[in-house]
Design a protein around this ligand. Structure first.
Ligand code: MN
Length: 454
């Protein structure tokens, strides 16, 4: 593989991994079928609690090798962000303040192969069908880059794409999110929205794409912050958009106004395969890629997927809660639509304020549990203990009906309309004034040697 070291891209990251932690990089030479077999290898390994990066050299029906599990461990994500697993959220927050402008270059490796019009064929890509309930092959690691028709600001987001033909895909836009808003703005003027779908980049760039902040925040700058250097970008062949120059593959196309076609069902991060719905159509007019491009696949609903999305979400929630409660101590996303938040409560009422801040900051949240700082939110047993011993349901549960949530939540009656629940599991009125915990004197616990007794 070329392009070694100089640029922070997917292959530089894989080279680094092979050199420094070879057990974390597994090359599979046996040909695999894109229909279920690839995902089956990921799932089987996960049953054994193994999550190495998987490099499938030979995938039937395509010339592109496929990489899976790129972001399936906190250790690998920490490597990508030049920090430790424990420091991930704080590192993410630190870089959000910086915002490094992308660096425009004339050309880059992503333009080694340029396919236009009749040459475009999405069926040449790996036709990966992840789960048996899926409607067809999906591109799951596509980062959609688009520009706000009103402000000109960029947005980058992961959007699943169902492959529907040689030059046609269906893109899943999440209602209420930034790409959806851009599309609605373009559609109201009867205009198509230009979208570049970027596949195969450095994991720090992927983390930037999962950022869920304000529509005013440009994810390309966040990617640069996460990389620690400006993201090199080239202008698309057929669109007025700039994409990572060292990406593996870019699909250039437009979301057509006023056209919807059926998409799904598709097995999602929720653990459910969701039903068919009318979705926007992505008409692909050019494909650019590296000569020996690697196709990145996200094993949907597995560690690869869940970890990648939870770290930026934890960071975003930490920031939002901190704006209201400066003494917030930790945030964790333990399950879909759920956040655990710990705060050092300094005044009565801050538990509910933390709930409001969190629900206001993240569309997908449905459950928020707020605990005192003596509870470790990364330990489920401690959170359950706080729920059991510090909560009076009639006093501490807040329920907000008829809000917008995830349209991938199968429990909602209407498409994504949900009630939201917050539980203030902090001690009332304060931890200091609450019934004391019983404790064995800590100095005695330190001093005794079990071998003296057993
Ligand atoms: Mn955005």
């Amino acid at each position: 593989m070329e392009g070694k070291g100089l640029q922070m891209d997917l292959r530089a990251f894989m080279d680094e991994l092979q050199a420094e932690t070879p057990a974390d990089f597994v090359r599979i030479r046996k040909p695999v079928h894109p229909r279920f077999e690839l995902t089956a290898v990921v799932a089987k390994l996960e049953q054994q609690r193994r999550r190495p990066l998987l490099y499938f050299e030979r995938v039937e029906g395509t010339s592109f090798p496929v990489v899976c599990n790129l972001t399936a461990s906190r250790t690998r994500l920490a490597r990508a962000m030049r920090t430790t697993p424990a420091g991930l959220v704080q590192r993410y927050l630190q870089v959000l303040h910086e915002g490094v402008e992308p660096h425009r270059v004339d050309t880059g490796p992503v333009k080694q192969v340029i396919l236009r019009d009749e040459q475009v064929n999405l069926l040449d890509l790996p036709q990966i069908v992840h789960h048996q309930e899926d409607a067809g092959p999906y591109v799951t690691a596509g980062i959609a880059i688009a520009r706000d028709p009103d402000t000109g600001l960029n947005n980058a987001s992961f959007n699943r794409m169902m492959i529907k033909g040689r030059n046609k895909g269906s893109l899943h836009l999440t209602t209420g999110k930034h790409l959806w808003e851009f599309y609605r703005r373009a559609e109201s003027r009867n205009q198509p929205l230009e979208v570049a779908l970027v596949i195969g980049v450095h994991p720090a760039v992927e983390l930037g794409a999962v950022h869920t902040g304000s529509i005013q925040e440009d994810e390309l700058k966040i990617m640069g912050s996460l990389l620690g250097k400006p993201l090199e970008v080239v202008r698309c062949e057929t669109l007025d958009l700039w994409v990572p120059a060292h990406a593996e593959i870019v699909l250039e196309g437009v979301l057509l106004p006023h056209v919807r076609e059926e998409e799904g069902p598709f097995g999602e991060f929720t653990g459910y395969a969701l039903g068919t719905r009318p979705r926007e159509i992505f008409q692909v007019q050019a494909i650019i890629h590296r000569r020996d491009a690697v196709f990145r696949d996200i094993a949907v609903g597995h560690a690869d997927h869940l970890l990648l999305s939870s770290i930026p979400m934890e960071a975003n929630l930490f920031r939002a809660v901190q704006a209201m409660i400066p003494s917030v101590t930790a945030v964790r996303i333990p399950a879909p639509f759920t956040a655990y938040i710990s705060i050092q409560k300094r005044a009565v009422g801050q538990g509910v304020n933390a709930i409001l801040a969190a629900l206001g900051a993240e569309l997908y949240l449905k459950w928020v549990v707020v605990v005192d700082h003596d509870i470790d939110v990364f330990d489920d047993r401690q959170v359950r203990w706080a729920l059991a011993t510090r909560v009076q349901p009639d006093r501490d549960v807040v329920i907000l009906p008829n809000a917008r949530g995830s349209d991938l939540d199968p429990s909602t009656l209407e498409d994504g309309v949900t009630s939201k629940i917050g539980i203030d599991a902090t001690a009332h009125p304060s931890l200091e004034q609450f019934t004391p915990r019983h404790r064995v004197p800590p100095d005695l616990l330190d001093k005794i040697k079990l071998e003296d007794y057993l």
